[in-house]
Write a protein that binds this ligand. Structure first.
Ligand SMILES: [Zn+2]
Length: 99
């Protein structure tokens, strides 16, 4: 992954942190934000700057479709693991119950 050579300074005067957005509008897009954002810091610093250039509408649709497929496959895998574990437990119980 391409990393920034110079990070911008936020309104607090500190170097910013490179984060990744997982919103539906900007999936996987990186941005600079304050290191203290969301840490309960009293004076909220709302510095925000995109690192990646904007996506074309077509790329955004393709990327969202791929993300949806990945999430669907991950969910299916979790369900399969759960089923497999239940089968193992069931077979183990049956083995111990065998006279
Ligand atoms: Zn800040």
């Amino acid at each position: 992954m391409e990393m920034p050579k110079v990070t911008p300074t936020c309104y607090c005067g500190n170097p910013t942190k490179l984060n990744m957005s997982w919103s539906n509008d900007n999936p996987g897009w990186r941005f600079f934000g304050c290191k203290k954002f969301g840490s309960g810091f009293r004076k909220l610093c709302r510095f925000f700057s995109w690192f990646d250039p904007p996506l074309t509408p077509r790329s955004q649709i393709v990327l969202l479709g791929l993300l949806k497929k990945v999430r669907t496959l991950e969910d299916a895998r979790k369900r399969e693991r759960r089923t497999c574990l239940l089968v193992i437990v069931f077979v183990t119980i049956l083995l111990f119950l065998k006279p």
